[in-house]
Design a protein around this ligand. Structure first.
Ligand code: URA
Length: 293
């Protein structure tokens, strides 16, 4: 390697070639050491956050039970939901339970976004720049759920704003829809997986209660799962090429809504011939909206 402190441009070029395209922080981190310390720290943070939300009368005075400093956080007075929160990052199962408890407590989309901001159970949050919650009109008749934010979305905090988002907008425009008026857009995961890798099943399972609650609160007439991970997690569909374009019902808990999976625009950018299939899906969405308007 030729790049040195005297030759920063070469150093940056060398990093870029090696796939390091993001500077997340000014100082290096030992992620292995942090991963070992994370569950305890996340549990402490979650407990603190749960405690802050408790009425003051329910909080035990610090140190009352003989514990000191960080350990002096009240345990005895914690309600069950707070105990779930305290454990939320300890294991993926506990994280999913914590997510479920937080998501269920949210009665509005704003409360849900706030809950995600407090949630510590998904490691993706540590490497992402932004929480990418949603874009568009929550009162729109169509809700689209993609996979996860990419680099552009992470930088701007808005879903589907990069190249694939621009293609998505053109596809929607072709059937007379736009995000400002008709469409609400979110992702299965609200944080960018590093390097745009596919989210792990664990990450999906942990974040699932949030997107399920988001769909229930937005309560669209039509749900469109954009891409295979969204179709699998929300509709149980495997094999996106075979299952796309087929109407199924999605149960929000309060009612059943029409749902369909379509191909991801990032895939269409790589395989432009498949746009004809996506076009069929777009026409099916338009027909479903026209039928029920
Ligand atoms: N791909 C997605 O699935 N979602 C985004 O927000 C951007 C790209």
């Amino acid at each position: 390697m030729n790049g040195t402190a005297e030759n920063p441009a070469e150093l940056v070029a060398w990093y870029a070639e090696a796939g390091v395209t993001e500077a997340l922080d000014e100082t290096p981190h030992d992620r292995f050491a942090e991963a070992q310390a994370a569950p305890a720290r996340a549990a402490a943070d979650a407990a603190a956050s749960a405690t802050r939300q408790m009425p003051a009368r329910d909080r035990a005075p610090p140190g009352q039970d003989g514990r000191r400093g960080e350990d002096a956080r009240p345990l005895a007075a914690k309600p069950p939901a707070a105990r779930v929160l305290a454990a939320e990052a300890a294991t993926p199962e506990a994280a999913a339970l914590g997510a479920k408890a937080l998501a269920q407590q949210a009665n509005t989309l704003a409360e849900l976004a706030d809950a995600l901001g407090r949630f510590q159970g998904c490691a993706l949050k540590a490497t992402a720049k932004s929480l990418v919650f949603a874009d568009g009109n929550p009162a729109g008749r169509v809700m689209l759920v993609g996979e996860a934010p990419g680099a552009d979305e992470d930088r701007l905090g808005v879903p589907f704003v990069g190249r694939s988002g621009q293609l998505l907008d053109r596809m929607l425009a072709a059937i007379g829809l736009n995000r400002r008026e008709h469409v609400y857009i979110a992702n299965l995961l609200p944080w960018r997986p590093p390097g745009n890798r596919t989210p792990t099943p664990q990450e999906v399972a942990v974040c699932l209660p949030f997107i399920q609650r988001q769909i229930a609160l937005a309560d669209p007439d039509v749900l469109v799962c954009v891409g295979a991970p969204s179709a699998l997690a929300l509709l149980g569909m495997t094999g996106i090429l075979a299952s796309r374009g087929k109407w199924v019902e999605y149960d929000t808990g309060a009612r059943r809504i029409r749902a369909l999976a379509t191909l991801h625009p990032a895939y269409l950018l790589r395989q432009p011939l498949q746009k004809r299939l996506a076009w069929r899906d777009m026409r099916a969405i338009k027909a479903a909206l026209d039928e029920t308007s």
